[in-house]
Write a protein that binds this ligand. Structure first.
Ligand code: SAH
Length: 220
């Protein structure tokens, strides 16, 4: 958990407050999640060319053919993760680093994996400029997870996969939650998997559309 300061007094507070109100109107209830969105300077995580839209509830291009997800989707993810501030979190598909920043405020430590080095580089810079320190951005194939830091209390996958990558289940702590869009390249269902003893229980939440998870246990 990061104390105070992040995003404070940067002149964008009014825009963040409006975004928070929009998300509340669209059904987001978790106060910790809303507080995090009201705190993180999203404009630092998007390219200059789309900065004027940083606090709109829309997906935006971040380069490399990738997108930063719509804030409403990110807020739903975070509600589903039900974080208490004590978790060790793995994020697959770190992209812009914005979701990483939100996770950093809601958990103890975040490990984000991104396969495109230039995005990982920009994400690290934006996280540092935001004053967020309890994060590690790694470059690699996130479908393999990241064994040295496992197990994770929560795993959030921000790209669409045909099935749940096996290594991510293996690296999930008992009782831990994994959130992933499952489906084909065009349409997916947001799915929550929970590790209960030796079993994995899944439930589905909503229809979504994400960029593909490209890797050994995702799309080839
Ligand atoms: N949460 C991000 C969303 C980025 S979109 C944000 O807030 O910006 C999904 C990201 O997943 C893209 O950046 C894409 O490059 C990345 N990705 C796709 N397959 C991956 C893989 N196997 N390992 C790590 N990252 C991957």
């Amino acid at each position: 958990m990061v104390a105070g300061r992040v995003g404070e007094g940067d002149g964008y507070g009014g825009y963040r407050t409006r975004l928070v109100e929009t998300l509340q109107q669209k059904g987001i209830r978790d106060l910790a999640v809303l507080r995090a969105i009201g705190t993180v300077p999203r404009h630092l995580f998007v390219p200059e060319s789309v900065r004027h839209r940083a606090y709109d509830d829309v997906a935006l291009p971040i380069g490399g053919g990738q997108t930063i997800s719509q804030p409403w989707v990110q807020a739903r993810y975070l509600e589903l993760a039900a974080l208490t501030g004590r978790e060790r979190v793995l994020e697959v598909g770190g992209g812009s680093g914005y979701q990483t920043a939100l996770l950093a405020l809601l958990s103890d430590a975040v490990f984000a994996i991104e396969r495109i080095p230039s995005l990982a580089h920009a994400a690290r810079a934006a996280l540092e400029a935001s004053g967020i320190r309890n994060v590690t951005v790694l470059v690699g194939d996130g479908t393999l997870g990241w064994r040295p830091f496992a197990p994770y209390d929560a795993v959030l996958v921000a790209a669409a996969s045909p099935e749940i990558p096996g290594p991510l289940v293996e690296q999930l702590a008992p009782g831990g939650r994994l959130i992933i869009p499952l489906g084909d390249r065009n349409a997916q269902v947001l799915t929550v998997a929970q590790r209960v003893g030796p079993d994995v229980r899944t439930s589905t939440v909503a229809d979504v559309r994400f960029v593909p998870l490209l890797g050994e246990f995702g799309f080839r």
